[in-house]
Ligand binder design. Structure first.
Ligand SMILES: Nc1nc2c(ncn2[C@@H]2O[C@H](COP(=O)(O)OP(=O)(O)OP(=O)(O)O)[C@@H](O)[C@H]2O)c(=O)[nH]1
Ligand SMILES: [Mg+2]
Length: 382
């Protein structure tokens, strides 16, 4: 029996080693991150361990089929044989890992009746898992998606796991469509978010598109009087696009500016970058938005940020009244799989995506299919 342990700095690297050394027939028996104090992690980085085999016929959720393809859920007697064989052969080194493996077997057997009918291609599930990891989806999310996928797959024959995964991810988030302008009713749209994520640039892109292409009457308000250059940055765009612009510093000025722009079709409200950790700043922003009473509040987030920080920032700004997420700098992100952690973890729909510094071109209305393709790193036609 050949059981090998692979260690690498990331799950991607570890799975690549498994493929390289054991080939596509390998089954992944167990994965874990090796414990190392924070100093160890800081000095050496993470260490991911993957235990894999070409001979242990484990009914794993992530294994590859041998020829002919074994059923995902073995009949009960085979399961007992498997356990006895596995216990006898595995030895000391792997004994500590049996717990999770047994839990996996039992979980799968619990659903045995339902799943016996299914023709689930284990190798394709493994491929889907590695594709998600390679797209930078975190391991826990990738596992959850593969579990969901496994439960979704039904019917006879060999389902197209790739397209089912695509559909599954499409169902994990929603989009808002473009800002809707109703004749005779001014739409007030605020952009909020952390510092430097692209709020002002995105306002310029939206303003130019609605003014120059849609021929709407657009106005700008900024409450960003904190940075010396912030007002000038927006004023430059206002001058080029030929838009009215107001600078407000107090709640009263906000009320007055909003009233003066009542006749326009669209008013875009730029705000100063706020740290989600600064309670005072968050409360100031909340009270300014309370005065403005915007119809939409887009939380602008840079897609280059780390997944946990994106989610915690979103939760913080949701308290301020964010109604959607606007993702910027897609062009700078090396991969976008990490966005799934955010999109699955919050209930806000996505409004726009920006992918460059060019005003007004580098912006598009978020589309579920295109964003899913970008997350998976595949062509949008997939
Ligand atoms: N690559 C890339 N750069 C962008 C994008 N959007 C904005 N930027 C750049 O990001 C930098 C910051 O943009 P701003 O629009 O000033 O960001 P902000 O959120 O208004 O910043 P603060 O007002 O300081 O909080 C600028 O250099 C922009 O050109 C994008 O989609 N892609
Ligand atoms: Mg700004």
């Amino acid at each position: 029996m050949e059981i090998k342990t692979f260690r690498a700095k990331s799950m991607q690297q570890a799975l690549a080693l498994v493929r390289e050394e054991l080939g596509p027939e390998a089954s992944v028996l167990h994965t874990r991150e090796l414990p190392a104090g924070w100093i160890g992690r800081w000095v050496r980085g993470r260490t991911i361990e993957v235990v894999a085999s070409t001979t242990v016929n484990v009914p794993s959720r992530l294994d590859l089929p041998t020829q002919p393809s074994p059923p995902l859920i073995p009949p009960a007697h085979e399961e007992c044989d498997y356990r006895a064989k596995y216990r006898a052969d595995l030895g000391q080194e792997l004994s500590g890992q049996l717990g999770s493996l047994h839990a996996m077997v039992e979980q799968l057997c619990g659903n045995g009746k339902q799943q016996e009918k299914r023709e689930v291609p284990n190798g394709a599930l493994f491929e889907a898992f590695t594709d998600l990891i390679e797209a930078d989806v975190d391991e826990a999310t990738a596992r959850e998606l593969i579990d969901l996928l496994q439960n979704e797959i039904s019917g006879d024959g060999f389902p197209d796991v790739g397209s089912q995964l695509f559909q599954l991810i499409q169902g994990e988030f929603q989009t808002t469509g473009p800002i809707q302008i109703t004749p005779g009713r001014r739409r007030l749209v605020a952009l909020i978010g952390p510092t430097g994520v692209g709020k002002t640039t995105t306002i310029a892109k939206l303003a130019a598109n609605y003014r120059l292409l849609e021929k709407k009457r657009v106005g700008l308000i900024t409450v960003d009087t904190y940075r010396v250059a912030a007002v000038e940055q927006l004023r430059t765009y206002a001058d080029i696009i030929d838009l009215p612009m107001e600078v407000v510093a107090t709640p009263r000025e906000m009320r007055e500016a909003v009233a003066r722009m009542e006749d326009l079709d669209l008013v875009l409200l730029d705000t100063a970058g706020r740290s989600p950790k600064d309670e005072t700043q968050i409360q100031q922003l909340k009270s300014m938005l309370g005065e403005a009473q915007p119809d939409e509040v887009h939380l602008v987030l840079s897609s280059t940020s780390a997944p946990k920080s994106l989610l915690s920032t979103t939760k913080r700004f949701a308290e301020v009244g964010a109604t959607s997420i606007l993702l910027t700098k897609l062009d700078e992100a090396i991969s976008l799989g990490h966005l799934l952690f955010l999109l699955r973890g919050c209930s806000l729909p996505v409004s726009y995506l920006t992918n460059g510094q060019n005003v007004p071109d580098d912006i598009e209305v978020a589309d579920v299919g295109r964003l899913t393709a970008a997350i998976l790193g595949v062509s949008a036609t997939a």
